[in-house]
Write a protein that binds this ligand. Structure first.
Ligand code: HEC
Ligand code: HEC
Length: 272
């Protein structure tokens, strides 16, 4: 037997080899699990989310600022709600509206200011739902609160019947006021499937009508813009199942303003 050779573990090249491998491993973990996932998309996710996304585990989604567990609205489209809507008395609603509502929403249901929404031509369900949401505080009632707090459930359905009975002043309008923006028109008629945006017309008419979806044709431009921004940021969150927030969140500021111009322009007769 010759003199004992240096055992592999004592060989200095072994230590270098182990050290290099360990350093490579640390670098690979840092790049693959932390740096790459966190460099994806806007708003770098937290470290834990980055690791989860790297190894394919579900990542927590940011929540809209709504109190935990609170429903978006106390209104549900049940048979009972439809019965309440059917009991609305339009002429009693008209006299209720004459005392206060008309000052802002106009005797013909057309807002007297760009921030006061038009109510004429909207469905009973849409008017009823918004009034109930103001009453329960599900929709910010900073302005409307004072006018709805004294209303009884019967008053609400009478007012809804009244506004729904007013003729839609924009039904026959040519919409010649604003040049039609192709991008807005596409969103309205087709949506944007890649971003999960359904066509506005599929819920707001004329293609389809989701219960409670307000009519938008001829609506005040400034009002539309404010509401879309509030739905996008989540400060307005009374839409059942976040139907509208999930659309608004996907829209850019430019699209919001083009859509507001498009819908308000549809009611233009040239003079508005
Ligand atoms: C001082 C002006 C003012 C008065 C008076 C007023 N409103 Fe309003 N209303 C508003 C404004 C502004 C909004 C938009 C929402 C907001 O900013 O709170 C609104 C929103 C609404 C909406 C929601 C419309 C939509 O498309 O979402 C309904 C319905 C409504 N008002 C009905 C009424 C009724 C019924 C009365 C009378 C009982 C009334 N309003 C009195 C200013 C007024
Ligand atoms: C999946 C159906 C759906 C689609 C698609 C949709 N909406 Fe809505 N939208 C709703 C519903 C439902 C409401 C009523 C929310 C509530 O109950 O307050 C609403 C509310 C709104 C409001 C507030 C109106 C008011 O008077 O209070 C605006 C503005 C609006 N949508 C614009 C749009 C635009 C623009 C698009 C297309 C980019 C769009 N919506 C697509 C269902 C939809």
């Amino acid at each position: 037997m010759t003199a004992s050779r240096t055992p592999p573990t004592r060989d200095p090249r072994f230590a270098v080899w182990i050290g290099t491998t360990a350093a490579l491993l640390v670098a690979a973990v840092a790049v693959g699990f932390v740096w790459l996932p966190s460099s994806q998309g806007p708003g770098a996710p937290a470290l834990w989310d980055a690791i989860c996304s790297a190894i394919g585990l579900p990542v927590r989604r940011p929540q809209a600022p709504v109190e935990a567990g609170a429903p978006a609205s106390n209104v549900a489209w049940t048979a009972a709600t439809r019965r309440i809507l059917a009991t609305g008395d339009a002429s009693r609603g008209a006299s209720l509206a004459a005392t206060t509502c008309n000052n802002c929403h106009g005797a013909a249901g057309v807002g007297t200011d760009a921030l006061f929404p038009n109510l004429a031509g909207q469905t009973r369900a849409a008017i009823y739902k918004q009034l109930e949401d103001f009453r329960s505080g599900r929709r910010d009632a900073a302005v409307m609160g004072a006018y709805v707090s004294g209303l009884s459930p019967q008053d609400v359905s009478d007012l809804a019947a009244h506004y729904a009975s007013l003729p839609d002043p924009f039904a026959g309008a040519g919409g010649t006021g604003t040049p039609v923006d192709a991008m807005a028109r596409r969103l309205v008629e087709v949506g944007d499937p890649l971003r999960g945006i359904a066509a506005c017309a599929a819920c707001h008419g004329p293609l389809g009508l989701t219960p409670g979806a307000p009519g938008l044709r001829g609506q005040q431009r400034a009002y539309l813009e404010v509401q879309l921004q509030a739905l996008a940021s989540g400060t307005r969150h009374n839409d059942i199942s976040a139907q509208m927030r999930s659309v608004a969140r996907q829209l850019t500021a430019q699209e919001i303003s083009a859509l507001a111009a498009y819908y308000s322009g549809l009611g233009a007769t040239g003079s508005r």
